[in-house]
Design a protein around this ligand. Sequence first.
Ligand code: GLC
Length: 719
Amino acid sequence: MADDDHIEALLARLSRTQKLALVRGAADPEGTATGYLPGVEAAGIPPFRLVDGPLGIRAEGQRATAFPASIATAATFDTDLARRQGAAMGREATALGQDALLAPGVNIIRVPQCGRNFEYLSEDPVHAGAVGAGLVDGIQSADVVATVKHFVANNQETHRTTVSAEVDERTLRELYLPPFRAAVDAGVGSVMTAYNRVNGTHMSDHERLVGDVLKGEWEFDGYVVSDWYGLESTVGAANAGMDVEMPGVAAPGAADAADSDTADDGEDFEWPDGIPDATHAGLFGDPLADAIDSGEVPAARLDDMVRRVLGQIDRFGRLDGDQTAVEDGESDDQAGELDSQRHRDIAADVAARGTVLLDNDGVLPLADGADVAVIGPNIDEPKLGGGGSSETTPVHSVTPVEGIESRAEGAVTTAFGVPQIESVSLFDLLPFVGEDDEADGSAEDTTRREPSLDDAVDAAAAADVAVVFVRDATTEARDRNTLALPGRQDELVSAVAAVNENTVVVVRSGGPVELPWREDVAAVLEQWYPGQADGDAAAAVLYGDRDPSGRLPVTFAPQSEYPTVGAERRYPGVDDEVYYDEGVFVGYRHFDDADTDPTYPFGHGHSYATFEYGDAETTGDQTVAVPVENVADRPGREVVQAYVRPPSVAGVDRPQRELAGFEAVQLDAGERRTVELALDDLAFSRYGPDAGWTVDTGAYTVEIGRSSRDIRTTASVDR
Ligand code: GLC
């Protein structure tokens, strides 16, 4: 904990100007940080650098380990692995001179085509909260401040800087707030507010959710930071509980872009949808000083803002420079770690363990000596992540072709088949990023040979197995307009499957996608965005060196069957208001309530091993114990899931089941283990606007299974 007397003494020495320098971002003289506080040298307060993002460190001009998409980390259902990834990212932030990491993103996946689903964790709040807390714990174990984002109800990119999420209190409390509460309970040092409004009020100005709930009820004692250019007002934000304005200064070139009197079509300049006004900065500079002078903002509020910032700087040893990223047994001169073998292994571990085996007729794992045709429009490039502030640039990466060629013992042929799928990026949408600012390596590759569908079909026909890699393309600031794969990829898969019954499809998507050919192929793997380890992780799972232990953090279904599709008011909204009419019935909660069979349910994923469940039993303190046995002749990893079905109560509309706990267990061939899942009171509670959290009296059924639709055993808990 911060040394309060030390902080108070420091605070007392600061002038108002010095205090203001700690609550409003400035330009980083070294140019590496995403956000920068200059500190107060005279008072021994060092500069403080904040850096993106959830998939690895995006320090300007620097390379770092490119971890898989956050949804892949979530698909491992392994909070310890999430913690290890967080610690690795924290060490890399330190190695690159950064003090706070702008991660994890924990917004609930409500809209299946949302452009940032890859950066988020789950459609379920318990799952998102557990994985998010693991990441927070890991990041901060390396003495780096974690920043949970984006508080709250930032569930779409369309109109994200203006739209108002119209959400009732019960839905907020049961679905959208819990992942942030879990991060606060895990000791997160910072919370980033969302751009959007909630029930009409900008989150940066939201006194009830930021002041009363986050800081009041939850007793959050870190600092609240705005999203970039996301401060709506000076007085409103300061009094609501905002503590730090970021980036605090206009983006270079933004003013020129905005000053262009007319855009090409003769209209006044408008910022593209989803792109914040990058000249909107400095609200916590002189305007805040004026507001304090006028009495609109109490001077004590500025002290509280500074106290919270200094508290986190001090908590992580950055006031007296004794911060080190020290692991057990490491020497304490370890000042961070970058692109180490340990970090490469963690990135590969997450990519492999996050891979979900959706279907398999037995073609997988591949025989070492099989002749393999590797097919797909992007097989010569790794799928590192999605577009936007989470983009990372690795030192090292492995393409699908490289991964399979280095693992296969049979012949390997390759074919693109159809035109390359172009990545999309928020940075391509920024009106003030010039041509020469483009990230290196993004120049059009004119040497690429023309794709030929015939070549792909011929290669598939001649091989024992055809492995087709397909992908979507998503970015921050844009939602997709369909769940179909882009380009001619569906056509490619169907053409290959028509000539080879052993066709395996490896999907790289940032969330649910439609797979119309799924019943025509032998196996389907969902790899999300696997990061730098791409091809190696794919090969390890394809050849059975790693068990595909991922489970779906989101429901896969035809686009028309999601609750947010078909009614504009639910998405993308009408007149800048989006109505969460579905309430808590999001994801599997919706599909259960609608009694609709999804394509693949929440929690689904096959293993190469086979698991049998014994009878579940409850012990006195709401813990459920269940024996699980691996009856296969090979090791495997099982994710044991516990769902709670509440008693029916007149007038109360509750989901049929809700995830209450889970545990990933590695079992050797023939190994049997009793898994214990401790269920907390929230697992039995519902939120009522008047009574708050309530546990209805009655018998609760605890369902234990492999997915929300594959329940193997039950137990009963009376409340
Ligand atoms: C972006 C994102 C946020 C990111 C920040 C800094 O607009 O919404 O996730 O951390 O700005 O890049």
